[in-house]
Design a protein around this ligand. Structure first.
Ligand SMILES: [Zn+2]
Length: 278
């Protein structure tokens, strides 16, 4: 039973945001506790490998629907909450299929989804929880082990509470535009899982757990993927917010850059993408 719990945590925790990354042991002891011990890592990998035959049986190759070529919606500089609130019904009709939202974040989630037409048929549950660490996290549902691939569920957890030093980073503290960016980053993770075989997801989970360099590259690529889906300004907005946490020291802010694109790099990547389109 213990191995199962570890498997769930490890295999399903491949999505992290700046607030998710423990910057110091003092800041986030809960986050560090799992990843700190070599023994825990070995046990986690062993548990994952033990369960892998079940996963492979239930997620045979060829069951993953083909992903449409991404032609993202127009880039929007600033999503205005009031403007889009009036269009909530049509957004629901267009992007709400097989989705579940908490009322507080339905609108930014729908706008983020509008940038991922390839996720239209996926079952995605956005849900607030009292305490989650990371504060916002994408995790395939544990019940997927017993579902066929088309019925897979992807959870996106949104924490309602945080340790004092990280309260600045709760989703509700971000601007509306930045909320769209954060949820867009999470959906880039979902998009990443979507066309991966169970084997590839297992390998990703193991590498994410064991290799700091891999984890950094994985998260940086996720930011780039969200930008490629037309969310550059929204990623820029949340990147700025994370670096303005008054409770973090300068070195702690600098440490975020290793895992998530700094605002200047977001703009540079946007320029690079738009130059390619010309
Ligand atoms: Zn992430």
């Amino acid at each position: 039973m213990k191995n199962w719990r570890i498997f769930k945590i490890v295999f399903l925790t491949t999505s992290r945001l700046p607030n998710e990354r423990p910057l110091t042991a003092q800041m986030a002891p809960v986050q560090l506790s799992f990843f700190s011990g070599q023994r825990n890592r070995v046990r986690a990998v062993a548990a994952m490998l033990t369960l892998s035959p079940v996963v492979f049986h239930l997620t045979r190759p060829g069951q993953v629907p083909p992903v449409a070529h991404v032609v993202g919606p127009a880039v929007v500089r600033q999503y205005d909450e009031g403007y889009y609130r009036l269009r909530l019904d049509s957004l629901r009709a267009a992007f709400g299929y097989r989705k579940h939202f908490p009322p507080a974040f339905e609108l930014p989630a729908l706008l983020a989804l509008s940038h991922y037409p390839e996720l239209r048929n996926e079952r995605i549950r956005f849900q607030t929880v009292p305490k989650a660490m990371p504060l916002v996290a994408s995790r395939p549902d544990p019940g997927n082990l017993f579902r066929g691939r088309p019925e897979w569920v992807y959870n996106i957890f949104i924490s309602e509470e945080a340790p004092e030093t990280l309260r600045h980073d709760l989703l509700k503290k971000f601007s509306f535009n930045a909320q769209v960016g954060i949820l867009g980053h999470e959906l880039a993770h979902t998009r990443h899982y979507q066309d991966k075989s169970a084997w590839q997801m297992l390998v990703t989970g193991v590498r994410y757990l064991l290799s700091d360099a891999y984890r950094a590259r994985f998260e940086l690529d996720t930011d780039r993927d969200a930008i490629a889906h037309g969310l550059g300004w929204q990623v820029h907005a949340y990147a700025l917010h994370y670096r303005r946490n008054p409770r973090l020291s300068r070195p702690e802010i600098a440490a975020i850059d290793r895992y998530y694109l700094p605002p200047a790099a977001v703009l540079a990547h946007m320029r690079q993408l738009s130059a390619k389109k010309l």
